[in-house]
Design a protein around this ligand. Sequence first.
Ligand code: G16
Length: 602
Amino acid sequence: MTGIAAKVVATQPISGQKPGTSGLRKKVTVFQQANYLENFVQSTFDALPAESLTGCTLVVSGDGRYYSKPAIATILRMAAANGVGKVWVGVGGLLSTPAVSAVIRNRNGGEAYGGFILTASHNPGGPHEDFGIKYNCENGGPAPEKLTNTIYSNTGKLSQYYIAAEELDVDLSKPGSKRFLVQHHATAKFGEFVVQVIDPVEDYLKLLHKIYDFGALRKLLARKDFTFTFDGMHGVAGPYARRIFVQELGADPACLMNCDPREDFGGGHPDPNLTYAKELVAACGLGDHPAPAAQLPDFGAACDGDADRNMILGKAFFVTPSDSIALIAAYAQEAIPYFRSGLKGVARSMPTSAALDRVAAGKNMECFEVPTGWKFFGNLMDAGRCSLCGEESFGTGSDHVREKDGLWAVLAWLSILADRNVAHEELGQKLAKLAPGLHLPGGKAKAASELVSVEEIVKDHWAKYGRNFYTRYDYEGVDSDKADGVMQLLVKKTKDITQVKHFTIDTADEFSYTDPVDGSVSAHQGIRFLFTDGSRVIFRLSGTGSSGATIRMYVEQYVAPNAGPERLHADAAAALAPLVDVALRLSNMKHLTGRDAPTVIT
Ligand code: G16
């Protein structure tokens, strides 16, 4: 084997390479600028201890968006010259974000030291859209702020990077291994560098088998009266969905929509919410052009580009992400074998509704409130203090990996449905024997064989814990100066204002978090107005956009179970209208941004 030399390339710092909420996300055209990707990758290598990097195994893959393949080729060459021993790449360069986490943690007994995930998540893809890169550590989770700050600081002083002098010819189209002899820039010695192309689903699927009762799920999907639709939004979720739902659980392939990964997500915006997952939303009987009632599936779900986000729908019924995590926490122990011995604790991001807190209080568990960003859950999970986490931004997951996990969440919901329906059927049969003529509890008399729906399960939950009405308004593409103006005004108001219309402010501040495990402090994590009746209005700037600013406005109001069904089942938009008005007044949104309406409401 002839050796490939390591080349030292002179470069200069490039401004603006600060990782956001979840890695560096920019337009593809920015990443295509000379040395842009290389500088960030070298800054990451330089931030890692040399003794750990040398000879280690890394994972490099992503959601397959435009620019992934050239990026993988570059990272492989740089990894080799920086002394990495082996890189695992998913077939086609594909690995979902949670699957990367699973591969880092579990493959070959946790051999990998970390990995690069190539994704801009739910942002659109294509030559003029977004690309992204983030580094995940040995625990499989996103780099903590300490590391991302070092990476960023390195980007400001970088003068050279190291890269194998030749292309490494690797066939990504099928599993296999290829060995190279590459010079390590630091020692000038030649050493073996292996690229192993792996099945993207295998490790992840193995893990799911340890978590869920696949037999029970298969039975649910086999019910004649249960229909199911999954939307892969042309992201990386497709191959996972095909393997899990169709091959493993026996679902009809016709249940899957948009499950072929495309570099541009089929021209769509792969964000599973009520605005962007239009096709699924319509198929489930919601949105502007709902499908006829007779055709609606009992359960609908979607994942985003890199399959870490999820949306859950019932028949013409939307489950808010905040409710979703609360319900999963409520049912976890009985419905999901992985949690049979109970939950260690739960956590949510600050803007996520407090529905989860109510379940935690009911079950006497610790409940943590962290800043927005999955990386903040990592320490809690590593310390064994938290089993389940959720975010209003359609992120749900557990300590099985260190990323949020879209398909895991879909299986969690199918498990809840399976569990409730088995329990319903058993109870119904017992009742029929013991007291014929008596009906099962519930809003209407239900036969034991009749399906308990997503909507009924959620409404039962509200009847027990109360309902946290919730909405988020996104103002996308706002001029950055104007967005800063809104934030400055709000910070000022946290100090000045005590009353808005009939809402009295209890606490108003900028959220600051002290990590209970390592004591690190993250300040300026969103502006909060907490009212005396338990309502909340929160504002923050998105940290995942690639240009301009997105203002997020979160509005929440709690209604206790004893308020009765009429109030608990009210239309969320109508119920929240007065509080939305308060939020708009507080922020002077219309005047300061020139926006009459938000871009997205969820
Ligand atoms: C990322 C993080 C999430 C976080 C979200 C917030 O999601 O992984 O933990 O909730 O950003 O986004 P923003 O800052 O725009 O509100 P993803 O799915 O983009 O990786």
